[in-house]
Design a binder for this molecule. Structure first.
Ligand code: GCB
Length: 607
């Protein structure tokens, strides 16, 4: 009996997930935006969610008027409703709340958002989805007083169908956003970045036909550069055995396929001459995916990425990844980055440094970053927020990590710039952690075998000779690229001794140094042994870069980090003042001395 119930529950949860599959390339769909001013109510005690017996209003048959998602209004002068969205202040969406209101800078908890809207040219024959670029961390979404669903994970997109609840006029969407940290979530309680809360990315209403192209992929085969592999997945009543077409007008290529009974078709398309995407030639082709009553256009680059012994080969040629790590923060404005303008600033700085590669740390960044990287010819490492001390033995925590990873892979699987999926960062070793990460890697390979797998691991000095650094981690056997963070000269190790250290790496895989760095307050000048001075950070770069260059299999570096970023862990006044100061650029946009040291190093590296 117990098993039957568990089985039923599992199939129910699978069903609710299957009902809301991620719609590929949301930004090119017919849509309208719900960005802008949303009314908000701060609800520290979650009064609008729980009744006074702490039962969720959601679960009660007739939620009382104190359920905020009903958006109740008093019906008479004697009617008492103790909240009112319409008289509440507003926050901008997209945007974190912390940087918009002074009293919310440190807030971690629940805030309710409300937006009213009409649907111009509402069409009964169409289907409508509410799409969120990201909400940090938990979103409970309601339309016209009814629940659409819940999503957890602060950095990945999700959408809910709302066809059944939508009207042409006077709709209201209410989102309960909760950014409280918790030990069993991903990321967990402890991180070295600001836990920005809110509806941090775009909100869009997508209008699609009753049967539409839900998802697709088109990628160059890993081995054969004259072959494209792809799939199309339809959603809707007429999906079975439906005709679909893929065309690349510039290549004069057009192919018809027929979907199977589930509306799915996997295909291969031979190609003759084509221009391959690379950092030096970021060529994107317009690709049109069509079905009987839907059409989606994307800009896709075709390239191969693989490893050969200690090298990474891009289109068969060795490449050195001149990189920098980046947090998703527009530090000059203050707050989470989300827009194309933000992406242009961040990737523009990376280009100015001489980068052909970025590590988007420590969670999936907004889609503008990878779309722009595609256009600019910047290779990308994307990362799952499995950071430090996740609950490895907790199966639900595993599901949360896997779900976020699947969502980013689903979103970005057609981006040529993305070459590495990183499973985790600096995670403490144990058998449970090894099987957790190995399972994540397996899932990733099943979803996408065209990219490389890595994780930011850790090194340490050998017992018998502390000048010899080693990486002892069984997960190194699983990854395609061995990456590790190393802070010799900052967290332990004498800066004067950097020149004497070397790494003993007995694994025939490419090596990336995923982090190194030192903190410096821009404008603070002293002799180069004075911690927090620009000169000290510059010295660390001057000493570290040539030392790393001696690692035989070194194929890339992403020093920590492009800009100073907000972190609650960094309390030292006057140097840190709430910022991690390892940026090469300050929160005022000024380059520190080490910026130029790294720039010079990259200029000297042959292509
Ligand atoms: C690390 C972490 C990164 C921190 C950085 C630091 O190793 O991966 O998230 O911000 O060190 O500055 O300590």
């Amino acid at each position: 009996m117990k098993q039957i119930i568990i089985g039923m529950l599992l199939s129910l949860s699978a069903l609710s997930y299957a009902n809301n599959p991620l719609i590929q390339n949301a930004i090119s769909r017919k849509s309208f935006s719900l960005n802008g001013h949303w009314n908000y109510i701060i609800d520290m005690y979650e009064t609008g969610y729980y009744n006074y017996r702490l039962e969720p209003h959601d679960n009660t048959e007739n939620p009382g008027s104190s359920a905020f998602f009903l958006n109740q209004k008093p019906k008479s002068k004697q009617d008492r409703v103790e909240y009112n969205f319409d008289s509440a202040p507003t926050l901008l969406v997209p945007g974190d709340w912390n940087s918009q209101k002074e009293n919310l800078l440190y807030y971690e908890g629940t805030i309710w958002y409300k937006k009213s809207f009409d649907v111009e040219n509402y069409d009964r024959a169409k289907r409508y989805f509410l799409h969120f670029g990201a909400v940090n961390y938990r979103a409970d979404v309601y339309l016209n007083g009814k629940k659409l669903g819940t999503h957890k994970g602060g950095f990945t997109p999700f959408n809910f169908e709302m066809t059944h609840l939508l009207k042409d006029k006077n709709n209201f969407v209410i989102v309960k956003v909760d950014n409280k940290r918790a030990a069993d979530e991903v990321p967990t309680l402890n991180t070295d970045w600001w836990n920005y809360g809110g509806i941090t990315r775009d909100v869009t209403v997508l209008e699609v036909s009753s049967t539409f192209i839900e998802d697709y992929s088109l990628q160059l085969d890993k081995e054969n550069n004259k072959l494209l592999n792809g799939f199309i997945r339809l959603n809707g009543d007429a999906k079975a055995f439906s005709k679909v077409n893929v065309s690349i007008p510039e290549l004069k290529l057009t192919k018809d396929f027929t979907a199977d009974a589930n509306g799915f078709v996997k295909f291969q398309i031979p190609v003759k001459k084509m221009d391959y995407w690379s950092d030096l030639n970021p060529k994107l082709y317009e690709v049109v995916f069509s079905s009987i009553n839907d059409q989606v256009t994307d800009a896709i680059g075709f390239r191969q990425i693989k490893t050969l012994g200690g090298d990474i080969l891009l289109n068969g040629k060795k490449i050195f990844l001149k990189g920098i790590s980046i947090h998703e923060e527009n530090v000059m404005r203050g707050g989470r980055a989300y827009s194309m303008e933000d992406a242009t600033i961040l990737l523009g700085w990376a280009k100015e440094l001489g980068c052909n590669y970025v590590r988007l740390a420590h969670y999936p960044h907004n889609e503008n970053m990878v779309r722009l990287a595609d256009k600019m010819g910047i290779l990308v490492w994307e990362e799952n927020p499995v950071y430090w001390t996740i609950q490895w033995e907790n199966l639900e925590t595993y599901s949360k990590a896997e779900q976020q990873l699947k969502e980013v892979i689903s979103r970005d699987k057609n981006r040529a710039s993305v070459i590495i999926w990183s499973m985790a960062n600096e995670t403490p070793q144990s058998e449970e952690r090894l099987s957790f990460l190995t399972k994540l890697a397996k899932t990733t390979r099943e979803m996408d075998n065209t990219r490389l797998i890595s994780a930011a691991l850790e090194d340490h000095g050998k017992k018998e000779n502390s000048n010899i650094m080693i990486v002892e981690d069984k997960f190194a056997d699983v990854v395609d690229v061995l990456s590790f963070n190393q802070y010799y000269g900052w967290y332990g190790g004498d800066i004067d001794n950097i020149k004497n250290i070397r790494w003993e790496i007995d694994i025939n895989k490419p090596v990336i140094i995923s982090e190194f760095g030192a903190g410096a307050l821009q404008g603070f000048h002293a002799d180069n042994l004075t911690v927090w001075s620009e000169e000290h950070q510059e010295l660390l770069y001057q000493e570290t870069l040539p030392t790393l260059a001696k690692i035989p299999n070194l194929v890339g570096i992403t020093p920590w980090i492009l800009t100073d970023f907000r972190s609650p862990r960094r309390t030292l006044i006057p140097y840190q003042n709430g910022y991690n100061r390892k940026g090469l650029i300050s929160e005022t946009g000024n380059r520190k001395k080490a910026f130029y040291t790294l720039q010079k190093f990259y200029q000297q590296i042959q292509k």
